[in-house]
Ligand binder design. Structure first.
Ligand code: GTP
Length: 578
């Protein structure tokens, strides 16, 4: 189907409408997604910074706890082992305090007092086990001098606190702490004279610590902790936490490439970033925030990078509703655009079709012209009125041309002076009449009339008088014959009357007599009576000829005989073609 210009315009407008609605919806939808992602990044970063702050506070509190015990005189007394009675009481009291501490701090799983002497022999130790909290029997106490948290702490200045690297605790007999991700927080114990007697150590269960920290986080968030090198210590996928402890590698920068900037950052400086990855935990896209935070005020080789991530799907959940609303709006606008386009196309195509029909009808010259939308006051109305005006102009010019054509036809076929048929028309009609007569076996007669003494009128009264005589006599000739008969002026003062169905010679003679009588009647001109008269030669078909030339020649010849026989008479042709 070929579409008209109005429909094509309508469809183009509809397409523009649909496109505009679609693009608006699409950009609104994608802008909302970007805003949601940006808001999630901001939210995650804030939450991560809060967590880092809580971690620092937590470690600080543990450091305070360690210092409290390390600097208490009871610790020095226990390690100095000077007074046996005092020692026994101190042991009981200290063990009680250690047990109270473990009871109130679920993240602590071990508290120990370790001597600098005897290869770092544990002097007092309270462990958490599956049943609760227990004081480790003297026989089970171990030598720990070879562990960094012992010999490095022994070297610390007064008041300093050591924080170990995050490790999995493989120490034999560690009860609940065995194979736990741990931090050892330790401080040296000194005698009153400043001599280093041993160390006070609290073992922190990292999992419990972060369970506490993350307890208030909204659901759906995932927690990451790595050391300064990017090795995961806490990961939603437990197989990635402490992978280095199993001789494997699971690095923050591998899971979140942007985090490499934090890993490579100069130690001791804080840093933060937000990032998005296409395939995070479970292969789902994630939005994440990471913060690197040095442990301020504590002696540690460790720095932590803490992070939170949220699945992109969760972040964009709100945009799904917006997307559905956008889609409905786009569909509604598209339908509206199509409807408007159809209405516009109809509104345009109707008057255009009217104009086309009117122009076609006008072009094909139909009697009933098409109706133009003349009353419209828009461009189509202007066009219709212009076409109407043009049609009227063309119609008027056609009428004028037709008139002129008729005048030309008349001029070409009639004598201008008398209005009678001219020689050309006479010959046409004669041919026609001859053909008809031959077919029907009918007869024709031709009267060749030449005025007598006409020259004299011209010569005496002038050409105008001659013209007046010619006009008057022509009128008389026309009135003498029937409608079907032809009266023609051959030129000068010569006329021919062609009589159709002229079977009877007497009837022909009667016509010739009437002609003679009529033409000899005077013509009034300028108060004078002018008399011409005429001589007539008569030829007949088929007697005197079978074609126009023969019949005219025969009549002409008979006319000359009438002239030479004394004028004012009619004579029949004597020529016989038979
Ligand atoms: N006024 C006028 N005269 C014409 C016209 N056409 C021809 N004539 C004149 O008509 C005359 C015709 O000549 P003739 O037939 O020899 O003159 P005539 O006096 O009738 O001679 P006969 O036929 O022998 O009687 C000429 O003088 C032409 O000049 C015309 O249209 N108007």
């Amino acid at each position: 189907m070929k579409l008209g210009i109005a429909w094509r315009l309508g469809l183009a407008l509809a397409a523009v409408g649909v496109l505009a609605a679609g693009l608006t919806g699409y950009y609104g939808y994608s802008a909302s997604r970007q805003l949601l992602v940006a808001a999630a990044e901001e939210r995650l970063l804030t939450a991560t910074r809060v967590l880092v702050r809580q971690l620092a506070v937590g470690l600080d509190n543990t450091a305070r706890d360690v210092l409290l015990f390390a600097e208490h005189p009871m610790a020095a007394r226990l390690l100095a082992r000077s007074d046996p009675a005092l020692l026994a009481r101190s042991e009981v009291n200290s063990a009680l305090l250690f047990q109270r501490m473990l009871a109130t701090h679920p993240e602590y799983y071990q508290m120990r007092l370790i001597a600098a002497a005897d290869h770092g022999l544990e002097r007092l130790r309270v462990d958490r086990d599956n049943a609760g909290v227990l004081r480790v029997a003297e026989d089970d106490l171990q030598e720990k001098g070879h562990y960094p948290y012992v010999f490095e702490t022994l070297a610390l200045p007064p008041g300093a606190v050591y924080v170990s690297r995050a490790v999995i605790n493989h120490e034999v007999g560690a009860h609940a702490g065995l194979e736990k991700p741990s931090l050892q927080v330790a401080a040296p114990v000194r005698s009153a004279d400043g001599q280093v007697l041993g160390v006070m150590v609290i073992n922190v269960d990292l999992d419990r610590l972060f369970d506490q920290l993350a307890a208030d986080l909204p659901p759906g968030l995932q927690l990451y902790l790595s050391n300064g090198a990017g090795e995961f210590l806490i990961h939603p996928d437990r197989s990635k936490a402490f992978a280095f402890d199993r001789g494997q590698s699971a690095l923050l920068q591998d899971s979140f490439p942007a985090a490499e900037a934090l890993v490579k950052q100069q130690p001791g400086l804080p840093g933060q970033l937000v990032t998005s990855v296409e395939a995070g935990v479970d292969g789902a896209a994630q939005v994440a925030a990471f913060v690197r935070q040095p442990i301020a005020g504590l002696r540690s080789e460790e720095e932590f990078i803490l992070g939170l991530s949220e699945p992109l799907e969760l972040v964009l959940k709100e945009s799904e509703h917006l997307g559905a609303v956008s889609l409905r709006i786009v569909l509604a606008f598209s339908a509206l655009a199509l409807l408007l386009a159809a209405l516009l196309a109809r509104a345009l195509s109707r008057p255009i079709a009217q104009i086309v029909l009117a122009v076609q009808r006008f072009a094909s010259g139909r009697q009933e012209p098409g109706v133009l939308p003349l009353e419209r006051d828009d461009e189509i109305g202007v066009l219709a009125r212009s076409i109407d005006h043009m049609q009227q102009q063309i119609g008027a010019q056609f009428d004028s041309l037709e008139l002129k054509q008729r005048e030309l036809d008349h001029l070409a076929s009639h004598d201008s002076l008398t209005g009678l048929a001219n020689r050309r028309v006479l010959l046409e009609r004669l041919d026609h009449a001859l053909a008809h007569a031959k077919r029907n076996g009918s007869r024709l007669a031709m009267l060749f009339i030449d005025l007598d003494n006409f020259k004299e009128i011209n010569d005496t009264l002038g050409h105008a008088a001659g013209d007046a005589v010619l006009r008057t006599l022509s009128q008389r000739l026309r009135l003498l014959v029937r409608e079907v008969d032809t009266v023609a002026r051959m030129g000068g003062d010569e006329f021919v009357i062609l009589l159709d169905h002229a079977d009877d010679p007497e009837a022909i003679t009667a016509v010739a007599e009437k002609v003679l009588e009529s033409l000899v009647q005077p013509v009034l001109y300028g108060g004078a009576e002018l008399v011409a008269g005429a001589s007539i030669g008569v030829s007949r078909y088929p007697e005197n000829g079978s074609n126009a030339t023969e019949l005219i020649a025969a009549a002409d010849h008979a006319m000359y005989r009438a002239k030479s026989s004394g004028r004012q008479r009619a004579m029949f042709s004597e020529s016989d073609v038979g």
